[in-house]
Design a protein around this ligand. Sequence first.
Ligand code: F6R
Length: 264
Amino acid sequence: MQVVIVETAAEVGRLAAAKIGHRVRTRPDAVLGLATGSSPLAIYAELARQVAEKGLDCGAVRAFALDEYVGLPAGHPESYRAVLDRVVVGPLGMHPSNVHVPDGSAADLAKACADYEARIAGTGPVDLQILGIGANGHIGFNEPTSSFASRTRIKTLAPKTRADNARFFDTPDQVPLHCLTQGLGTILDATTLVLVAQGEAKADAVARMVEGPVSSMCPGSALQLHPDANVIVDEAAASRLTLGDYYRYTFANRPPWQRFEDFV
Ligand code: F6R
């Protein structure tokens, strides 16, 4: 696992976007895994800037969302389909038909999950999966005690997750109870993982993910099993890491071929 600690939340987004932009320049039809929520917003804004100012072309990029709420009416502005259209597909100039989101309004949700897995398998592997982490350690919407072998399926959102996401809705009770989410097994199939976290509220989850035991009690700790997991955090989110100085030292002394930020 590569752990990168930078000063500010803005720098987290810039560095992660540099790595993602480099992947797209290397492979214009790369398959990206897209997270929603607040954590990746700076990444998407920086990628949009690269598109506008640096000639980055995302027109052939294919993408799969991590998750979707169940039961929101079609076109609801907080459905992850709508959010991704707004903050990723349009600003990055992606082709809408190349961007896939689990169908949280399907009549047969189990079939929608199986279809989603089949589509990923037929297109993938996902080259680079963007991730955030919940304060309770979830990735995607794989809440604590999710199986490390899990695939896309229906999950019940933890009360903590619903409370955290209430800020996107008019009232807390409007946050859906259920979601469809890629499983931990699905996420681990991606070639490269890039997880970003910012702020003190994520410090405990980040420490458990990076330095705690591999345990379904912290689903993010599944990243310890992945051969190319990259965790990019700001100082506040890094504040409970035991080996912070070591991560700063290894990043400062990284070999030239890992200086992906120089390629933008
Ligand atoms: C959403 C997702 C979640 C979020 C997590 C953190 O697609 O995958 O795991 O990354 O809930 O949310 P924010 O970034 O809003 O703190």
